[in-house]
Design a protein around this ligand. Structure first.
Ligand code: RB5
Length: 149
């Protein structure tokens, strides 16, 4: 499968069951999943987990990344340090749609201690199905990219 149908998933120890549920959900939709783990529940560092996934997206190896920790916040902060990544934390479907349409986000973060599985999967669907609107939003995304220089 080509990179444009590939999603990288990563979490810390706080979000393993939700990550596995997301993996099954998007696999059933025909996405190829690169699951970076962890497989076992020992404590692990969300900055490393987020950065590893972000590098897969920034390199073009994966079209999107979905990352999870307890709140979704710390792993998002780490991912956004990687040049080329635009990641938002979402706990509602409206925001998930808008970070694609207006911000051209290429990564989604969620908190496993914030959202339940049903809502999380709806958020994933909203994120993956919304296109970037372009138009007046394009120069603003370019301004975000310019901040990385
Ligand atoms: C782990 O206890 C927790 O700090 C982490 O999952 C996350 O919520 C950090 O932002």
């Amino acid at each position: 499968m080509t990179a444009d149908r590939r999603i990288v998933l990563s979490s810390d120890h706080a979000a393993i069951p939700l990550r596995l549920a997301v993996a099954a959900h998007v696999t059933a939709q025909g996405w190829e999943v690169v699951d970076l783990g962890p497989a076992t529940p020992e404590s692990t560092n969300y900055p490393e987990r987020g950065a590893e996934a972000a590098r897969r997206v920034a390199s073009g190896d994966c079209r999107f990344g979905i990352i999870l920790c307890g709140t979704g916040q710390g792993i998002m902060m780490a991912a956004n340090k990687v040049k080329g990544v635009r990641c938002g934390v979402c706990s509602d479907t409206f925001s998930a749609r808008m970070i694609r349409q207006h911000n051209d986000a290429n990564m989604l973060s969620m908190g496993a201690r914030v959202v339940g599985e049903g809502l999380a999967l709806d958020i994933v669907d909203a994120f993956l199905s919304a296109p970037f609107d372009g138009g007046r939003h394009a120069p603003r995304v370019e301004m975000i990219k310019a901040l990385e220089a």
